[in-house]
Design a binder for this molecule. Structure first.
Ligand code: NAI
Length: 218
């Protein structure tokens, strides 16, 4: 299979979301220029991106929204179910477990793990919280596709490497640290909510400055 750049892959979820919204509002087909206007991406970018996967569009017809949605879903592996465990059942871990929409995309949270005895035998949205000692047995008995790491950053490397030893192939890392893993084949996706806040902060400051300069030019 042709290697697709990560930049293209990163844009795919956005296409997927927009196409899902179009389906919900009853749109059956769309041209790349209409999709471009809605998504604020150039039409040529859209054509280029989708050509990576064999096109899907037809000259003069545009894209069949449902087909494209399903194809992108397959590309993103959303036609398969992914079992997720959450390690660290604190504020963030519980918030993730409480979010029901992940299931819509085939991500099923099957268990949370923590060291805090107060959480023993608790459930979050019906999902069991187990003590960390139970992790190995759970991973041996149940398929785990992704482990979400929502623990303090000081413990992240040790826990992540333990998850790797258990054969868990992918880590969704929220602990603000670049993991040093013993197996480089394990996939890691880092999430930094503060990065997008900093970007927002940059734009707020930039906007303020532009308004001040605009005013002083009047
Ligand atoms: P929290 O303190 O509410 O939860 C952490 C949980 O991890 C606690 O329940 C604790 O008992 C558990 N824990 C500690 N050591 C453990 C171990 N060895 N095994 C299993 N569980 C263990 O903290 P919060 O607010 O939920 O944050 C969790 C992590 O996520 C922190 O590292 C924080 O910096 C990070 N974070 C990252 C964000 C991001 O955008 N990437 C946003 C918010 C938090």
């Amino acid at each position: 299979m042709k290697e697709i750049s990560q930049a293209v892959i990163r844009r795919m979820p956005r296409y997927y979301r927009y196409l899902g919204e179009l389906i919900d509002s009853g749109v059956e087909r769309i041209s790349s220029s209409d999709l471009s206007a809605r998504m604020n991406v150039t039409a040529s970018q859209i054509r280029q991106d989708l050509n990576n996967f064999g096109g899907f569009g037809q000259q003069g017809y545009g894209y069949n929204v449902k087909n494209l949605f399903e194809e992108i879903g397959k590309i993103l592996g959303l036609n398969e179910k992914h079992n997720i465990i959450i390690v660290g059942a604190g504020n963030l871990g519980q918030a993730l477990a409480n979010y029901i929409e992940f299931e819509k995309f085939g991500f099923l949270i099957t268990a949370l793990f923590d060291i805090n005895p107060d959480l023993k035998q608790q459930r979050v949205r019906g999902i069991p919280v187990y003590m960390s000692e139970e992790l190995d047995a759970f991973a041996q008995k149940n398929r785990v596709d992704i482990a979400a790491l929502t623990i303090p950053k000081s413990k992240a490397d040790t826990i992540a490497n333990h998850l790797v030893d258990l054969g868990i192939p992918a880590i969704w890392n929220f602990a603000n640290v670049d993991l040093e893993l013993s197996d480089k084949n394990v996939m890691v996706e880092n999430v930094h909510l503060s990065d997008s806040l900093m970007q927002l902060s940059y734009n707020i400051v930039k906007n303020k400055k532009e308004m001040q300069t605009g005013r002083s030019n009047v």
